[in-house]
Ligand binder design. Structure first.
Ligand code: PMP
Length: 406
C-alpha cells in the first residue's frame, strides 16, 4: 500500500517542527541580513527588532563584495553587456566575458589557456565534474568531511570513505581499490568548512602517486585567503602543478557567485561538452566583470589577505587565552567547539543578545557530540569588533563552563 504521508503532509509536519523550535526558543535558521560586511543588520525571531550585529557568518573573507573597484567593474560589465547570459553555455550563452574569466582563472593557477571551466555555483562545479567523470567502473575515495556537493556527485560511481585526514584508512582504501576499478580519484577539501583545518595534502598526494590514483581538491575556503600568493591550501603545500583537479567557488574570497574547475585542457573540454550542468544550465552574468577585478585584486592588493591573517591570529590567540577549544584551524574559519548541543545553542543566543551573529552548528551538520559555534573572520573586522566578540565569550564563559569541553 502507498503511505499517505505525501509531499504536502511531510512539508506540513516540517513546518510544525520549525514552529515548535521557534516557540521553544531553539536556534533555527530564520535569519535575514542586509548585505555582507563586518557589521550587518539582522532580522530574526530571536531579536526583538532588526539589529546591527557583528557578523561572524560570512565567507566574504576579503569583503570584496563591497570593494569600490569590484562594484564599479560589475556595474561597467552590466552597462556594456546587460544583466544576463541569455542561454546555457553550449547553446549561445558562452560569451566573451566567460572566456575572459576562464582565461584569468587558468592564469591565476599558472596553467595554460583551456585549463578552466566556470559553472553556475561551486556546488555545481563539484557535483557536475564528478557525475561526468566517474562511472560504475570507477571509484571515488573521499575524506568523510568533504563538502555535500562532492557526495552529490558520486551518484554514478563507487565510493569509499575514509575518516577525516586518516592516512591509514586512506591507504587501506587505495590498496583495496587498486586492481578493482578503472579511475581511482581521491577527493579532499583544501580547507574543511566545519573545522577550518587543512587536508594532510602532501601525504595524501604521495599516497595517490604510490597507488596510481588521481587527486581532486575542493579549495573553496582556501583560495584567495591562504598561501603566500592567495592560491589557497594547495599553494601552502606547494602542489599547485601536481593536483589533477582543483575546484573552487567564486562566492567566497572573490565576493561573487559561481564555481570553477581547473584541470588538464582535455578534461576541461570533456566537461564542457559532456556535463549536463554545462549544457543545460546558464552560468555567470556580465556582472562578472567585477569578479575579473576581484581576481586581479588578490595580486594587486595583498593587504586584504594580510589584514585577514592578522585578524585571525589576534582572534585565535584571544580565544585560546580564554581556554576555548578551537581545534586545528589554519584558515579564516574558527570553530569554538563546545560539544553539547544545548549548551551550544545557549551560547549562540547569548552571543546574539550581545550583538554578535555566529552560526550554531549542531547535528546533522556535525556529529551529535561535536556541536560548535562556527565563526569566520573578514579582513574588514576591526580590532574593536574582535575585542567585542572576545569579551562576549569571556562573559558567557562566566555563566556557562566552556573550558570543560577542551
Ligand atoms: N565547497 C565547499 C567546501 C564549500 O564550503 C562550499 C560552500 N558552502 C561549496 C563548495 C559550494 O560553493 P557555492 O556556494 O559556490 O555553491
Amino acid at each position: 500500500s502507498i503511505p499517505d504521508y505525501d509531499m504536502l503532509k511531510t512539508s506540513e509536519t516540517f513546518k510544525e517542527f520549525m514552529d515548535y523550535m521557534e516557540e521553544n526558543n531553539h536556534m533555527n535558521f530564520r535569519f535575514i541580513t542586509k548585505g555582507c560586511g563586518p557589521i550587518v543588520n539582522v532580522t530574526t525571531p530571536f531579536l526583538k527588532k532588526p539589529t546591527d550585529c557583528i557578523s561572524l557568518v560570512s565567507n566574504d573573507y576579503l569583503n570584496f563584495t563591497q570593494h569600490p573597484k569590484v562594484k564599479a567593474a560589475a556595474i561597467e560589465g552590466i552597462q556594456k553587456y546587460g544583466t544576463g547570459a541569455g542561454a546555457s553555455p553550449l547553446i549561445g550563452g558562452h560569451h566573451e566575458y566567460h572566456v575572459m574569466l576562464e582565461d584569468k582563472l587558468s592564469a591565476f593557477f599558472n596553467r595554460p589557456k583551456g585549463s578552466s571551466i566556470v559553472y553556475t555555483t561551486g556546488y555545481t562545479a563539484n557535483s557536475a565534474t564528478l557525475l561526468t567523470l566517474l562511472k560504475e567502473e570507477d571509484c571515488a575515495i573521499v575524506d568523510m568531511e568533504v563538502h555535500a556537493s562532492v557526495f552529490e556527485g558520486l551518484f554514478n560511481t563507487n565510493t569509499k570513505r575514509f575518516p577525516h585526514n586518516n592516512m591509514t584508512y586512506l591507504e587501506r582504501a587505495l590498496v583495496d581499490a587498486q586492481s578493482k576499478y578503472r579511475t581511482k580519484l581521491v577527493i579532499i577539501d583544501g580547507v574543511y568548512s566545519q573545522n577550518g583545518d587543512l587536508a594532510n595534502m602532501d601525504e595524501i598526494h604521495q599516497l595517490c602517486q604510490q597507488y596510481g590514483a588521481y587527486l581532486m581538491v575542493d579549495d573553496a575556503h582556501g583560495i584567495g585567503v591562504i598561501g603566500e600568493n592567495g592560491r589557497g591550501a594547495i599553494e601552502v603545500y606547494n602542489l599547485l602543478d601536481k593536483v589533477d583537479i582543483i575546484s573552487g567557488t567564486l562566492s567566497k574570497a572573490f565576493g561573487h557567485i559561481g564555481g570553477f574547475v581547473i584541470s588538464s585542457p582535455d578534461i576541461i573540454n570533456f566537461l564542457r561538452y559532456q556535463s549536463r550542468q554545462q549544457v543545460f544550465s546558464s552560468t555567470s552574468t556580465p556582472a562578472i566583470n567585477g569578479l575579473l577585478k576581484a581576481i586581479d585584486l588578490i595580486d594587486e592588493e595583498p593587504q586584504w589577505r594580510i589584514k585577514l591573517a592578522e585578524n585571525v591570529a589576534y582572534y585565535k590567540q584571544g580565544l585560546l587565552d580564554l581556554n576555548l577549544n578551537i581545534g586545528d584551524t589554519a584558515s579564516a574559519i574558527i570553530p569554538i567547539k563546545i560539544g553539547d548541543p544545548h549548551k551550544t545553542e545557549q551560547v549562540a543566543r547569548l552571543l546574539l543578545s550581545a550583538g554578535i551573529y555566529a552560526n550554531c552548528i549542531v547535528y546533522p551538520g556535525v556529529a551529535k557530540k561535536d556541536a560548535r559555534i562556527r565563526t569566520s573572520l573578514m579582513a574588514t573586522h576591526t580590532r574593536e569588533n574582535l575585542d567585542m566578540v572576545l569579551n562576549a565569550f569571556e562573559d558567557i564563559g562566566k555563566k556557562i563552563d566552556l573550558s570543560k569541553t577542551r
